[in-house]
Design a protein around this ligand. Structure first.
Ligand code: IPE
Ligand code: IPE
Ligand code: MG
Length: 249
């Protein structure tokens, strides 16, 4: 518990996004099937949610399945979908009791019917909760999200609902899946890869990026606290110079 003393509790990121990578390698290192790694990864998700509540992080976004992940072997895809359904069934009561609201980004209609239904039910049940918002990115592609928003903008122009002068960052953001969700202050990608893999391309414009070698199943409370401590050492300049930032503090 002592690691909390390293943190400035006045500077906790409001929204942390995770690219949960490395489940497969973690399992392989143990001589196990990749799905064993994904199941262990669910435990990390639970611990990160718990730690976020403890620290006062208000939004968590977890990249759980990309549109590109459909290209994986079918038994792995099926296993991941089953894990999702099981995790929701097992965890929704506790999440609800703890004030967690579930949201999704991505095309969840493209998921197997039982996944889609259980997500809809969990979202409906938890929709009024306010302690923490958990956003699961499922069947998600940042490029598709942006293209869809561009198409929606075009339609609004054609119908006269918007004029060209109305179009700006704020209005465009309202047409993304992440409308109503603030941009993340911090993105963590586990397992050593330093890439974004089609995740939140619009929303990460000024996010602090943190890449750690830890595989996702090993990313637990201490790793999360260490990530926030590293974030707190950064100076977020937003295009300004250091002296300007110092005087606004
Ligand atoms: C992340 O772990 C989980 C998903 C993409 C669903 P990986 O399955 O990508 O693990 P590695 O990268 O193969 O180790
Ligand atoms: C990114 O991980 C997607 C998720 C974490 C769901 P991948 O393991 O699929 O990413 P790449 O393909 O190695 O970039
Ligand atoms: Mg991977």
């Amino acid at each position: 518990m002592s690691t909390l003393t390293n943190l400035d509790l006045q500077n906790i990121p409001r929204h942390v996004a995770f690219i949960m990578d490395g489940n497969g390698r973690w399992a392989k290192n143990k001589g196990q099937h990749r799905l064993f790694g994904h199941a262990a990864g669910v435990e990390s998700v639970k611990e990160v949610i718990k730690t976020a509540r403890e620290l006062g992080v208000a939004y968590l976004t977890m990249y759980a399945f990309s549109t590109e992940n459909w290209a994986r072997p079918s038994d792995e895809v099926e296993g991941l979908m089953n894990l999702l359904v099981d995790a929701i069934a097992n965890e929704v009561d506790e999440m609800h009791a703890n004030g967690v609201r579930l949201l999704t980004i991505g095309d969840i209609k493209g998921l197997p019917g039982n996944c889609y239904q259980s997500l809809l039910e969990a979202m409906e049940r938890t929709k009024d909760n306010t302690a923490l918002t958990l956003v699961l990115a499922l069947n998600y592609s940042a490029r598709k999200e942006i293209l869809n928003a561009a198409i929606a903008t075009h339609k609004k122009l054609l119908s006269g609902e918007l004029s060209l002068d109305d179009i700006n960052d704020t209005e465009f953001s309202k047409l993304l899946d992440t409308k109503d969700i603030p941009d993340p202050e911090l993105l963590v990608r586990t397992s050593g890869e330093c890439r974004i893999s089609n995740f939140l391309l619009w929303q990460l414009s000024y996010t602090e990026l943190l890449f750690t070698d830890t595989h996702w199943p090993d990313f637990r409370r201490k790793a999360f606290i260490d990530a926030i401590a590293a974030y707190q050492k950064r100076e977020r300049r937003f295009g300004m110079v250091s002296e300007q930032i110092q005087t606004t503090k």
